[in-house]
Write a protein that binds this ligand. Sequence first.
Ligand code: HEM
Length: 187
Amino acid sequence: MTELFSSWTLIRTSGFLGYYLLTLSLSLGLVQSLSILKKKKAMLLSLHQKSSWYGLLTIIFHIILIWQDQFVPYSLDELFIPFFAENELLFSALGTLSFYLFFLVALSSDFFMKKLGFKKWKNIHFAVLPAWILMLIHGLAIGTDSSEPWALFIYSFSSFLIIVLLFIRITDNAAKHQSSSRKNLKC
Ligand code: HEM
């Protein structure tokens, strides 16, 4: 029972929970503007925003637990300044960078969208893709569980899902663009 709540177990669980919530948020973001889901857009957008903030909160918990852990100690500098960590310099840095990028995207969307304007906001919003890739590499490379079949399933299924959703989103955007150009030509 104590093993279940040990800081190491909680670090790993929070890492996977954060990964799940941020992947869910990206997936919802990719599908919310699809033509076939027009009627569900408001609900999807709300879930998209909520899952990103819950994901970030979970990762803040992940970071606090790592800071408190005595087995592989991290100082605050090592946690928050990329490429400062003694343990797994590169893969720790990818976790930190991914966290900053996700945080930037969430902040810019919920608090600075009007100030930034649509174009700048959209450019910042695209940072979710590198953030997601960095978090995938971080989890795979640094995690104790990465060689477990269930962990490999999570990483490969989520990668497949994001690639498929990206493809659907790009195709849908292209179809929308084509139909609006046709309408303009008719006018
Ligand atoms: C968006 C940000 C982050 C996400 C989504 C994330 C996610 C994950 C995941 C999925 C694991 C794998 C757990 C396992 O295999 O058992 C993990 C492990 C780990 N993460 Fe993160 N992480 C993030 C940020 C950070 C940061 C900023 C640090 C600190 C530098 C960090 C340090 C670690 C460490 C040391 C482990 C290894 C735990 C172990 O298995 O022993 N992570 N993380």
